[in-house]
Design a binder for this molecule. Structure first.
Ligand SMILES: Cc1cc2nc3c(=O)[nH]c(=O)nc-3n(C[C@H](O)[C@H](O)[C@H](O)COP(=O)(O)O)c2cc1C
Length: 429
């Protein structure tokens, strides 16, 4: 990006305020990740926007994810000397510039031109991880070429030979970290997709054509440009081979049936995959224990952004129990993270890292790699400010006692701690 907003000045001796002039003109209506949704609504045809935004059935789980963060408040400490505050973290022995990454999302390249590549580039430039989706429309090889540190998410195919071939392909492409998503044993009941006219693959119809025609920036900038340069996109990463096209009147998507998947399938995947293995979609502490026993090296607590089970618990609410169950295995989280304070809340409750989905999808649709880059800078700036306001200079220094569920704060405990700290200081004098 030519004109990167200086949210975190290199000198690190102050945390910058934003001014409108420091924000590229085309992004001036977007000051937070939440603002991206409206901008994407204006950019995308109704069925495509509906597919990204929506949750399952009544969207209880999706709303619950957002609400779960509202339940926590911070007890900040000041006069802490927060010069040089940094959002950097180490995960699996690798360093990243921020404690968040881009969650895997299917079909992104229907929304933004070559969107997976845009996300890969922005993630690489900002030194954060990006997870390639098993349902993406760009071959994983191309994405890994753009970003060699990208992780790959797979839905485990139903047969041993298809699984082996997919893992061989990922390994040959240079993938080191495999994420297996386990929270979709059956297709979910997304009524909003039917209402918005979305299906996968999309069925050509007059309505679909009209939905596209009233979004000329998308029609020219994403759709026509994609078709002219690359032909009709296909599902590229479900198997070792290219799968069905994204637009077809006759073809059914090979969902492959995921009901077969059980702990034996996961153990089998573990045996076949020599690289790092992460499991995504865990919500029950007992499943976390099973996952660790089966060889998972990391766990992503997730309800798929509220897109699978209407009544699913918010990941944040089950996070502490899962951290306890997982022992030393790093636990990560996604779902509903929209603010730096949300990131810090999840970290304070035990997550080692978090992922963000929809906002980065919208950012790629609106502004390609530059848009994703801008969205990353917004969230990173908020994380840095939140740390400074908490009175800490690094993610490791977050004190869980400063992040409390509303109404449960035992102020006398904080007071006792404070007295103990005071007495300790006096003894030390
Ligand atoms: C449009 C869209 C497509 C998704 N596709 C996948 C996918 O292919 N694989 C997967 O494991 N999760 C998928 N997810 C779930 C995300 O990885 C992630 O769990 C979720 O978006 C996090 O919630 P958030 O959007 O509130 O940040 C998808 C989510 C969205 C919004």
């Amino acid at each position: 990006m030519n004109q990167k907003p200086e949210l975190v000045p290199a000198s690190n001796d102050r945390i910058g305020r934003r001014s409108m002039t420091s924000i590229p003109r085309k992004f001036r209506s977007i000051l937070s990740l939440n603002d991206l949704e409206d901008a994407a609504r204006r950019r995308l045809p109704r069925p495509l926007f509906g597919y990204v935004r929506g949750g399952v059935e009544d969207e209880r789980a999706m709303r619950g994810n957002i609400a779960s963060f509202e339940n926590y408040v911070f007890v900040p400490r000041f006069c802490a000397g927060v010069n040089g505050v940094s959002a950097a973290v180490t995960l699996f022995g690798e360093s990243w510039a921020a404690p968040f990454g881009i969650a895997p999302m299917g079909l992104c390249a229907m929304n933004g031109y070559r969107a997976d590549l845009a996300m890969a580039k922005a993630a690489r430039d900002n030194d954060i991880p990006m997870i390639i989706s098993g349902s993406s429309l760009i071959p994983l090889e191309e994405i890994v070429k753009e970003n060699p540190r990208a992780w790959f998410q797979a839905y485990v195919p139903p047969t041993a030979d298809k699984l082996q071939a997919l893992l061989d392909r990922a390994k040959a492409a240079g993938v080191e970290t495999l994420v297996v998503t386990v929270d979709s044993p059956v297709g979910s009941n997304r009524e909003n997709n039917l209402r918005a006219g979305f299906s996968s693959p999309l069925k050509p119809s007059l309505r679909l054509a009209l939905d596209g025609l009233v979004r000329p920036r998308w029609l020219v900038g994403t759709f026509a440009r994609t078709i002219l340069n690359h032909g009709i996109p296909h599902f590229e990463n479900l198997y070792a081979y290219r799968s069905v096209p994204i637009i077809s009147g006759t073809v059914q998507r090979e969902f492959g049936g995921r009901a077969h998947f059980n702990w034996d399938s996961f153990r089998n995947t573990r045996q076949l995959w020599a690289g790092r293995l992460i499991i995504k979609g865990i919500l029950h502490p007992a499943d976390a224990v099973e996952a660790v026993k089966a060889g998972a090296e990391g766990i992503i607590v997730s309800n798929h952004g509220g897109r699978q089970l209407n009544a699913a618990i918010a990941p944040l609410h089950v996070l502490p129990a899962i951290c306890e169950a997982a022992g030393d295995v790093p636990v990560m989280l996604d779902g509903g993270i929209r603010r730096g304070t949300d990131v810090v809340t999840a970290l304070g409750l035990g997550a080692k890292f978090v992922f963000v989905g929809r906002p980065f999808n919208y950012a790629a649709a609106i502004g390609e790699a530059e848009g994703v880059d801008y969205a990353i800078s917004i969230l990173k700036g908020e994380v840095v400010r939140s740390l400074a306001q908490l009175g800490v200079r690094s993610v490791d220094a977050i004190d869980p006692a400063q992040i409390v569920a509303r109404g449960t704060l035992n102020t006398s405990v904080l007071a006792k701690d404070a007295k103990r700290e005071y007495r300790g200081q006096q003894v030390g004098q």
